[in-house]
Design a protein around this ligand. Sequence first.
Ligand code: GLU
Length: 472
Amino acid sequence: MADSSTPVVTRIAPSPTGTMHIGTARTALFNWLYARGRGGKFLLRIEDTDRARSTPEATQAILDGMGWLGLDWDGEAVSQFEQAPRHAEVAHEMRARGHAYRCYSTQEEIEAFREAARAEGRSTLFLSPWRDVAEADQPDAPHVLRLKAPREGTTVIEDAVQGTVTFRNDQLDDMVLLRSDGTPTYMLAVVVDDHDMGVTHAIRGDDHLNNAARQAQIYRAMDWAEPVWAHIPLIHGPDGKKLSKRHGATGVMEYAELGIPAAAMRNYLARLGWSHGDDELFTDEQAREWFELGGIGRSPARLDLKKLESVAGWHIARMEDAELVAEIGRYLALTGQPALSQVQKDMLTAAMYCLKDRAKSLPDLLDKGTFALASRPLQPDEKAAAQLDAVSRGILLELTAQMQNVSWDRDTLEATLTQAAEARGTKFGKLAGPLRAALAGRSVTPSVFDMMLVIGREETLARLKDAATREA
Ligand code: GLU
């Protein structure tokens, strides 16, 4: 095990599958938080040994997911496939050290062994007859390289999340390290790469816990320091079942497309399986400071989209206006929508203070900000159009005249509109509907005063006039 004085090196080692699963994103986040909170390194290795699946697009999907989430890694992304010669070199070294052997058994022989074992009620774990055959007696024939695994006793994994996990060696076979074509197996590749990359902490899904026993055997055979193991429970759906498509979005980019800000997604994913007291809402700095392996729970976390929405709302409310406008730009590009013009960006930035307090997502923010983005003449929606009857249009026309010369601040605008309402024997509330319709073309909007202040006198009066003179 890595001693505590070694600088922390973590990694995410995704196999390209076409999308980045949120489970992978969460594992990446945990590794990133752990390294970044300790001045360590966070590395990325693409496990691209499956040549059929490892297309450039599938690899790009991982880079996109990492990029969107803002999980920056140190150095170049490592391609596992490209390390194959090094994996083979280690396998040969293991053989030289007496920890691996050539096995010439054919697939048919292995099958026959298993069948006989089944018939005799013995364990079907393959025991190669070549394990102890002297070099001189080995034929010049195709063979694989197998690990000479301990047959007695146990292999114990001290896991930072799962505790002490004991595997009986008589239940672990002599795994293949190098196939007969000389290509390395996954189990070998992971260990060699983690060792070569200096990984001190292997934080990953608990679907890899069984692999840890086998991988530990390779570390021990090579006399290499094992990383600290931390196997985190997988993410489940809200019903407690294994997460699947029917629970909703499983790809991290689907959340980007729903308009969840990346900072909110990081906060939400961090809480999926890890906790720091009762803290639900936190910044990246806090997460980096608080994150430790002891805070990872042993039971599967459940996806909760309502909670995600409230986490998103909290982050939106506290993000800088310019940062939100930039996130909106990314969201629009990602969903193939037209980009905002500079004028729209400026208007949206100016409007942000009255939009961001109750928005649940970026599209929600855009929707609330329609008044700031729209250009004249506005096309009122059905509800808004209904507010613009003949009487209301008359009032709006009078208002354009009355507001021509008032000073453009909240107090004066409030006083002017309240007086205008009183003069008509009514309350300001009665004017609000037509004003919203005129200013935003909507019936649900930010406050009339906020809208007037954001778009300014000239635009306000022009919109009121448009609405007042509109054909019913
Ligand atoms: N490539 C594996 C996966 O995508 C991860 C291997 C590891 O973390 O050791 O599940």
